[in-house]
Design a protein around this ligand. Structure first.
Ligand SMILES: [Mg+2]
Length: 415
């Protein structure tokens, strides 16, 4: 049996952890640059605030109803997520972390999973403070479906085990809400008057095979309780690692762009080291705001092969800035820079050059030391001067909460 455990309104719940006076009150979390609503407490949902709606469109309602508004604080969410996953890993050795707030668990030869699920929920809320919903079923697709049912139920747990229970759950379940159904599949199926998971399940195997790809066929088997999508316990090695963020304003100032690029490259280098990978190619892309139809558009991109596979901050920033200068054009107002590392290889498998001189080892140990200091004293405590100090380009985060769990400066004061 598979369980899907999902944090309820995860970002909003994280924000409430350290602000208990907000329990029972409407809370929303905004996307990067305070753009759109990306998480809502149940009270905020009840006010009719929709997922993904631009902030400015609901600002009036939010002010009127005194909704608590937070800029996204991914440092906090990632840390709470790690606590959540560690807590769940106590219940079974077979765990697949699916997203920041979702994880699949597998159970073999266990009775009374329902009771167990209630214990898991209790344990998670007690140890992390995050409410979760748990769906349990014989396949991952059905566990996802069960989770949606659990979300709507009082108990927060839904177990689909018997054929009757599965049949009943699938029967009127909207096809659009099914795991793995994208817009394209939905449109395709609706042309054949298939609107529910039950209707899809009733089709013959040959029909499904003919109509949908192998992925659709797997889903069909899974709806019948035949497991085809295994648990991915070990994450596959990443193909690319990227940092990209919009600026708080448009800019054509090379100094600002250099600072932003350096700063994002530095985050990228940290991610590479955490992943124990080295990049062989660095891609830099500048973007103008495509919604500003009144401004000329320019989205240049460059791929720079690195002379040596690296993950140290110094070498990567040098390359990134060189790339930036070669694609930058002062005639355009840029809104975003993306730094992407590709051609990743494991850190342990880097081969040294026989003939070229390279002071990588020195730069590598410097980066490791920076990581240690930043872990201890807080992110960004020590950084390269090229990242700048004023950060006039930094994204808008007007209502960001403290990093309660990852920064000594922000530790909650009691009394
Ligand atoms: Mg969730």
């Amino acid at each position: 049996m598979y369980a899907l455990v999902d944090g309820n309104n995860f970002y909003a719940s994280c924000e409430r952890l350290f602000r208990p006076e907000l329990n029972g009150k409407p809370v929303v979390v905004l996307s990067n640059n305070d753009g759109c609503i990306i998480s809502r407490s149940n009270e905020a949902k009840a006010l009719g605030i929709k997922m993904g709606v631009p902030y400015f469109k609901v600002k009036e309602l939010i002010e009127k109803e005194q909704v608590a508004v937070f800029s996204s604080n991914y440092t906090l969410y990632a840390d709470i997520s790690a606590r959540l996953m560690n807590n769940l890993a106590r219940f079974t050795p077979e765990v697949e972390v699916y997203s920041i707030d979702e994880c699949f668990l597998r159970f073999k030869g266990m009775d009374s999973l329902e009771t167990y699920a209630h214990q898991m929920r209790q344990s998670v809320i007690q140890n992390t403070g995050i409410p979760v919903s748990i769906g349990i079923a014989p396949t991952k697709t059905l566990a996802k479906l069960a989770n949606k049912k659990a979300k709507k139920s009082e108990s927060g747990v839904c177990v689909l085990e018997s054929d009757e229970a599965i049949h009943e759950a699938v029967e009127n379940f909207p096809i659009a809400d099914l795991w793995g159904i994208g817009r394209a599949y939905q449109a395709k199926l609706e042309l054949d008057y298939i609107f529910t998971a039950g209707q899809l399940r009733k089709q013959s195997e040959a029909w499904v095979k003919n109509k949908l790809t192998i992925q659709g066929l797997r889903m069909w088997h899974e709806l019948w309780g035949r497991s085809c999508i295994p648990l991915k316990e070990v994450l596959e090695r990443k193909q690319a690692i990227c940092t990209s963020r919009s600026f708080g304003k448009l800019t054509n100032n090379l100094e600002e762009l250099t600072e932003a690029t350096s700063s994002y490259t530095s985050r990228l280098a940290e991610k590479l080291r955490a992943d124990q990978s080295c990049a062989t190619i660095l891609n830099i892309q500048l973007l103008t705001n495509r919604f500003r139809k009144d401004l000329p558009q320019h989205n240049p991109c460059i791929s720079l092969p690195l002379s040596h596979p690296v993950n140290n901050t110094t070498d990567l920033i040098k390359t990134a800035v060189r790339g930036l200068k070669s694609i930058y054009n002062p005639r355009y107002q840029y809104s975003k820079v993306a730094v992407i590392a590709t051609g990743l290889i494991p850190e342990q498998e880097v081969q040294l050059h026989l003939f070229t001189e390279w002071n990588g080892p020195k730069n590598n140990s410097l980066s490791k030391l920076m990581d240690q200091l930043n872990r201890y004293y807080g992110s960004g405590t020590i950084r390269l001067a090229s990242e700048g100090f004023k950060k006039r380009w930094a994204m808008k985060r007007e209502n960001v909460s403290p990093s309660y769990t990852t920064d000594w400066e922000d530790v909650l004061k009691v009394g």
